[in-house]
Design a protein around this ligand. Structure first.
Ligand SMILES: Nc1ncnc2c1ncn2[C@@H]1O[C@H](COP(=O)(O)OP(=O)(O)OP(=O)(O)O)[C@@H](O)[C@H]1O
Length: 306
């Protein structure tokens, strides 16, 4: 099993610290979402893991070895950093065959990944005729080419259509279920919540969180209940007797924080107040993420003076 291990990793550009004494591990068998505001240091960390940049101090290893020391990197680590790297004048198939040849990967594998990423029908078209979504799929095909134990993917859903987004979600989950180590950086919180088991969150180059997705959300946001009733006053009084407070919304509905649907429903029934609406307001990753990073964002918009 192959983990990514980052230990006391720092990277300075001039006087700026892009990555600041960072320590975390990305484990096999789960999808780890890699989150953080613009400039938090995610790309720099990925570049350091891939040996594309030298750390100022600390180490980043894959299966205990530096990327540069891997004998067949493409067979160990699949990478999607920028889907625009393929030559426009080549066909998608030729692009992958060239990559495969440098790593002694058989052509049959090229056709398998083309089929697996939904590109079989356009494989003989020049890449310059591809839509952004097709280019993205080609980048993912290249990452999968060496059947790697580790995948490092930067914004893999970029440019994908709704079917593509469902496809990538299922692909990531399948890759993790096969025991691979999958690190995915993204700014799309709903997307990340749909595929990640675990989160690593950075802010200003430092580690802000390294924990299971569910734990991250539950620790920061409490669920609530949305309700509307024929006689809100009577229901609010009944809720207050049970220690619950409700806040009014703009549309005539009320939100009862830190409560469960079953509890509010029972209190309404006991008070004899008919309910017009009763729904769980699930805590979201977006709420939890914004709660954590609000104070950390490098580029938080400042109120403009008039
Ligand atoms: N080559 C470089 N030279 C100077 N500064 C750099 C360089 N690369 C990154 N930085 C700085 O390092 C910090 C971290 O940048 P990085 O691109 O790693 O963040 P990120 O989390 O990937 O951001 P984003 O979400 O916007 O992609 C930023 O302040 C950035 O300006």
């Amino acid at each position: 099993m192959t983990s990514i291990d980052v230990r006391d990793l720092s990277k300075e550009y001039g006087t700026a610290r892009a990555v600041d004494t960072l320590t975390f591990s990305v484990r096999p068998g789960r999808v780890t979402g890699f989150l953080g505001p613009n400039g938090a240091g995610k790309s720099t960390t990925m570049r350091l893991v891939l040996g594309l940049d030298r750390p100022t101090s600390g180490t980043a290893t894959i299966g205990g070895r530096a990327y540069a020391d891997l004998s067949q990197p493409l067979r160990t680590v699949g990478v999607l950093l920028d889907a625009r790297t393929a030559h426009g004048s080549r066909t998608g198939r030729d692009h992958l065959r060239t990559l495969a040849a440098t790593h002694r990967i058989p052509d049959a594998r090229v056709d398998a990944v083309l089929a697996g990423t939904g590109l079989a029908a356009v494989a003989r078209r020049r890449v310059r005729t591809y839509s952004p979504g097709m280019r993205q799929r080609l980048g993912i095909a290249a990452a999968l080419l060496g059947d790697p134990a580790v995948l490092l993917l930067d914004e893999p859903s970029n440019g994908l259509d709704p079917e593509g987004i469902i496809w990538i979600r299922e692909l990531l989950r399948r890759l993790a279920a096969e025991g691979r180590t999958v690190l995915v950086s993204s700014h799309l919180m709903n997307e990340t919540a749909s595929f990640a088991d675990h989160l690593v969150v950075l802010g200003r180059g430092r580690l802000l969180a390294d924990m299971p997705l569910r734990e991250f959300i539950d620790a920061r946001v409490r669920p609530g209940v949305r309700m509307r009733a024929t006689d809100p006053g009577a229901l609010l009084r009944a809720l207050a007797r049970h220690g619950h407070e409700a806040a009014p919304g703009e549309d005539g509905a009320w939100t009862v924080r830190h409560a469960r649907v079953a509890e509010v429903g029972r209190i309404a029934a006991e008070a004899g107040v008919p309910l017009l609406e009763l729904a769980a307001e699930e805590a979201t990753l977006e709420q939890a993420y914004l709660d954590l990073t609000g104070a950390e964002t490098e580029f938080t918009a400042q109120p403009q003076e008039a």
